[in-house]
Design a protein around this ligand. Structure first.
Ligand code: ADP
Ligand code: MG
Length: 581
């Protein structure tokens, strides 16, 4: 029995109810076999009147009904468990955040949350009920046999354990084989996704054919792993069947001899012959179902490995006692409802990525005043994006603190905090939906008017207008039908579509733009950053010139921090914010 899965099923109320009904139906149907055998033996030996046949028919009908109910409720249990697991997995993936997820192989996760969990079906609908039946019915049959005929009961009692023993021996071997099969499958999923995404690159570098052969190899190893599992599974059912048949012969032969000798009456003999197979059957069923369910167990293990991934960055936040004790209060204090431009303070912040020796940021201390426009400059790999991700709460400081208006970001409600941000990542992601929906991603209720304004501000309107369906044009997966510059402008429009944001985080917003668009975007950024705190990673002079202050980051350290000459005359935004405080 899978412990984590059991815990999950206990936690979900409807699943628990469905599972109880399933198991009860299976066990009752199993126990009715005893009644059925009793009646049949009585009728055949002539001890019961033929009227008993009616009862017999009723029992058979009832068993059929129970089987039908068991099927329905087992399917509901399985659907419930899978959907609960998928929900938890997706929530967990969101919690883990972009920085941590890059450590996992996304293709594997896709395989797991999608088809992978379907492998749980045989486990939940087949193995679990079989296990419940195997725990109850053989014992009941044995008790009845002891009451009817001691010799036969002893033979069954001695031979019965052989089936689980052989089953376990074979099972130990299969577990290793199935786990190998599961690994091959997830490797295949991961590799396939990777190759499909990178197909243009692979073609350009003439490696597409080679990748085809790699996929073929991985698929081949999956096939042979599957065949190995099947071979073992078939072999094991052969062993179990043989074992059960021989045991039955051991019961049947003495019964026949004793019947001939006259030391046994016909009713008892028939009853024993009818019941004995029923003692072995549940164990054999369990053995067969076991193999079919192994892939599901492997999938469940993989799912719980992701769920239990303890070192998640946002977990300590939940555990902070102050925030846990009075979350409402803490939030009210931490995120001012007004949402004016925040002051940001970094105190000796060091960020280390898992698996990296050198920290991405080392002991950075900074104060960004409300309404200030800061440009981050420096060589690539210096830690500029990491600094933005820190402010977004994607990465947590390894040492030091990030304070927003004096409150530790680690104790803030991140969702409420992110509502105050407008962010343009270095590699913006577009979704396979309409242009308009992509723009209003961060403001789902934005009016078409606002969407147009945002697009105009980002200089996206000129190319959107000539698209076949304008703002309703569907963007291909990951923005495939747009140029890099167009994608960049849509990402900017997305930030411009959040006019209420009080902190602007732009990561190289003009990196893929031509000169004319760049100038326009710089103007729009200047307007948007009025009255807001903004941190802009910039390379080109036009954008840098916009800033009140230029911070140069190199190898994770702030190497220079200068006020731009023009900021000696305070900007409108800074002055306004200063008055508010
Ligand atoms: P910049 O934006 O200035 O080019 P980054 O902040 O992206 O620099 O990266 C700073 C350093 O941190 C680099 O050495 C980079 O390789 C490393 N780094 C960035 N993101 C990750 C990550 N998710 N996992 C591990 N290392 C990372
Ligand atoms: Mg960067």
């Amino acid at each position: 029995m899978h412990k984590d899965l059991l815990r999950l099923m206990r936690a979900e109320r409807s699943v628990r109810a469905h599972l109880t009904v399933t198991l009860a139906a299976a066990v009752i149907a199993g126990l009715l076999v005893l009644v059925q055998a009793e009646l049949l033996a009585g009728v055949l030996s002539g001890r019961f009147a033929t009227g008993a046949l009616l009862f017999l028919a009723a029992v058979v009908g009832l068993r059929a009904l129970l089987g039908w109910g068991q099927g329905i409720f087992a399917a509901r249990t399985s659907t419930g468990v899978k959907s609960a697991l998928r929900h938890r997995l997706l929530a967990r993936l969101q919690e883990l955040g972009p920085a941590r997820l890059s450590g996992h192989r996304s293709g594997e996760l896709v395989t797991l949350t999608g088809r992978g969990l379907d492998a749980l079906d045989p486990y939940l609908t087949g193995y679990l009920p079989a296990m419940a039946v195997a725990g109850v019915v053989p014992v009941a049959v044995l008790v009845r046999l002891f009451a009817a005929d001691l010799t036969s009961a002893v033979i069954v009692l001695i031979t019965l354990p052989l089936i689980p023993i052989f089953g376990a021996l074979v099972g130990m071997h299969t577990k290793a084989v199935t786990e190998r099969q599961w690994r091959a499958l997830s490797l295949l999923g991961g590799h396939f996704l990777d190759v499909v995404r990178g197909l243009p690159t692979l073609r350009a570098f003439g490696r597409a054919r080679y990748q085809a052969s790699v996929i073929q190899r991985v698929a081949d190893s999956h096939r042979s792993a599957t065949m190995r599992t099947l071979r073992v599974a078939f072999l094991s059912s052969l062993v179990l069947e043989l074992c059960a048949s021989l045991s039955l012969a051991l019961v049947a032969v003495p019964i026949g001899l004793r019947l001939l000798g006259g030391s046994l009456d016909l009713t008892t003999a028939l009853l024993v012959l009818l019941l004995a197979p029923e003692a072995y059957l549940p164990l054999r069923m369990m053995g067969t179902r076991f193999h079919a369910s192994m892939e599901g167990v492997a999938a469940a293990d993989a799912a719980f490995a992701v769920l239990d991934d303890a070192a998640a960055p946002e977990q300590p936040r939940v555990a902070v006692p102050a925030a846990a004790a009075a979350p409402e209060q803490a939030r009210a204090v931490a995120v001012p409802a007004s949402g004016g431009p925040p002051e940001i303070r970094l105190e000796n912040v060091t960020v280390r990525y898992p698996g990296r020796d050198d920290p991405a940021l080392r002991e950075v201390s900074l104060v960004i005043t409300p309404g200030e426009r800061v440009a981050l400059v420096g060589e690539s790999g210096g830690g500029k994006s990491t600094l933005l991700h820190l402010l977004l709460g994607f990465v947590a400081p390894t040492e030091g603190r990030v304070l927003v208006d004096g409150a530790d970001l680690a104790e803030l409600d991140l969702t409420a905090w992110r509502d105050r941000l407008a962010f343009v990542p270095q590699r913006p992601h577009l979704f396979a939906t309409s242009v308009a929906d992509n723009i209003r991603l961060g403001a789902p209720s934005a009016s078409p008017e606002l969407v147009r304004q945002a697009a105009a501000a980002a200089h996206a309107d000129e190319f959107v207008d000539v698209l076949p369906d304008g703002y309703d044009t569907l963007v291909g997966e990951r923005g495939a039908n747009l140029s890099a510059g167009q994608r960049q402008r849509l990402a900017l429009a997305r930030a411009f579509c959040r006019p209420d944001a009080s902190l602007l985080l732009l990561d190289e917003p003009t990196a893929r733009l031509d000169g004319r668009s760049e100038a326009a975007v710089v103007t729009a950024t200047a307007e948007l950053s009025m009255g807001r705190t903004s941190v802009i990673v910039a390379h080109r002079p036009a954008m840098i010139d916009l800033a009140d202050r230029v911070i140069r980051i190199q190898e994770g350290r702030v190497v220079s921090d200068v006020l731009a000459a023009k900021s000696l005359v305070p900007g409108a935004g800074a002055a306004q914010a200063g008055d508010e405080r």
